[in-house]
Design a binder for this molecule. Sequence first.
Ligand code: UD1
Length: 339
Amino acid sequence: MAKILVTGGLGFIGSHTVVELQNAGHEPVIVDNLSNTTEDVLDRITSITQQKPQFYKGDLTDRAFIEKLFDQNTDFEGIIHFAAFKAVGESVEKPLEYYHNNITSLVYLLQQMRDNSIDNFIFSSSCTVYGQAEKLPITEESPVVPAISPYGNTKQIGEEVLQDAAKAHQLNVIALRYFNPIGAHPSAQIGELPLGVPLNLVPFVTQTAAGVREQLSVFGNDYPTRDGTNVRDYIHVVDVAKAHVVAVERLVARKNQEPFEVFNLGTGTGSTVLEVIQAFEKVSGEKLNYKIAERRSGDVVAAYADTQKANKILGWQAEKALEDAMRDAWRWEKKIRNK
Ligand code: UD1
């Protein structure tokens, strides 16, 4: 059993990871500033696992808060760092907020790790670092290309900061490059809570079916793909959460081969936007109101993971299929709309 700090532990991926850490017998301690979630997620986690995790409300860019947190907890064996801003468009409007929030919090955490001899760190990275990769599926060897958004840049810079810190301060770091996490917990107790109009595909699909949005726009059907719509690797959030447990256990057990390792988290299967809609219609029995619209600027044509490194070296693979994720996303949407 390990005591693990989970920053952003009440958010979408963070809350699912807290549940999986508890299921595996660990003791997650949550920090969250509630900027993009609500405190009742704590009770929802507790209703799934019957264990209430310890929770600190606070902001990781607040140095006094973070110092107190580490003074009160001298026995963290690892940190899983989810807390970050993640909206691509907003990051273009507010780059300084993004750099301040995502980079300052990371540096403060690393300084605390160095000063308190905590040496295991899991970082939420993104397949956005690969841009439009030349070869598909995308391996971890695929070059990191200049980011098109400040958000994407915070992930690239974050990885670079971690590589340097790992080398200089004997830290062990795993960066997990997520493809497209979707779905919700099968219990429908926790899931994604987009504020305002969702920018991501799956919450927009479920909100349209629930009557919250009138119509989904499919952004472009003239791409060079099998049906003309973009291809992505949609992965169930519970699979993503389980990968974090495996990754932190790898570091705690000193099984890592290098101080800084990266792994892709995807299913290895690409799905088009229209295939996502079909999967949703099949599992929900609902007809989705959608139209074909203009391309969205900045979208890559196709991205899906080569998962061999994660399978062989991390010893993890996605277990759930697109339909499982769509079923759980729909169950969650109905639950929060009281339908
Ligand atoms: C997006 C970000 C990515 C980030 C990830 C985090 C962009 C360009 N990329 O990934 O950097 O790491 O979110 O969540 O914003 N789609 C529609 N209609 C919609 C919404 C989406 O057709 O209303 C399509 C998109 O064109 C895309 C696919 O659905 O082909 C998935 O979109 P989305 O869920 O936003 O994820 P990404 O763009 O892959």
